[in-house]
Ligand binder design. Sequence first.
Ligand SMILES: Cc1cc2nc3c(=O)[nH]c(=O)nc-3n(C[C@H](O)[C@H](O)[C@H](O)COP(=O)(O)O)c2cc1C
Length: 214
Amino acid sequence: MAEDLSDYRKSYEKSELTIAQSDHDPFKQFKKWFEEVEEVVGVEEVNAMTVSTIGLDGFPKNRVVLLKSYDEEGFVFYTNYESEKGKAIAINQDVCLSFFWPNLERQVIIKGKAEKVSEETSKTYFNSRPEGSKLGAWVSPQSDVIPDRKFLEDRLKNLENEFSDKKIPKPDHWGGYKVIPVEFEFWQGRPNRLHDRLRYTPGGVHWKLERLAP
Ligand SMILES: Cc1cc2nc3c(=O)[nH]c(=O)nc-3n(C[C@H](O)[C@H](O)[C@H](O)COP(=O)(O)O)c2cc1C
């Protein structure tokens, strides 16, 4: 089976990115881009991002998660601490986040260190979730092999009974990670594959901002 996709081709012409236009603070630059993407009609899940970890088997692995908050320190997502990614982060905190926003022909890549957020922060977010999602966190032994779908449905039924008249607490194995950036790259698609790429790296008091070849 050979599929030729060589005709999939697009010229990127929507915008540009220069050092002069960019904020010297990469967090502020991220916020600017994020809000611009949010304003484009029809963009779903602007906050979906890829998280890459280095696994216990030595391979990198990417998966999509949802960015749930960000501030001038880092980027927070929630997951099961005993999942494959949780086990990977326990051994190696170095991760990479990436966002692809096709409507504005933009990509952001953030290398950083993943740290667990406080139990308090995880609890506050957990308590804000719909009941079904709260139960889901209890039901699913994320990333474990399970016999069949019925296994999940049976567990859900049991837990629905167990918590029918009780507040659903946050499981200990569930919570947030905050990724503290060590590098940002902002990529804006441009014509003729001569894209704009700006990289921020720590440079003493301020971030160092450089242009990279596409
Ligand atoms: C759009 C989208 C959003 C997702 N959001 C999350 C999330 O916020 N947290 C999470 O643990 N998994 C989320 N997932 C599922 C993950 O991609 C992944 O399947 C799961 O976390 C298990 O990953 P692991 O086995 O590599 O640890 C999402 C998947 C998609 C496609």
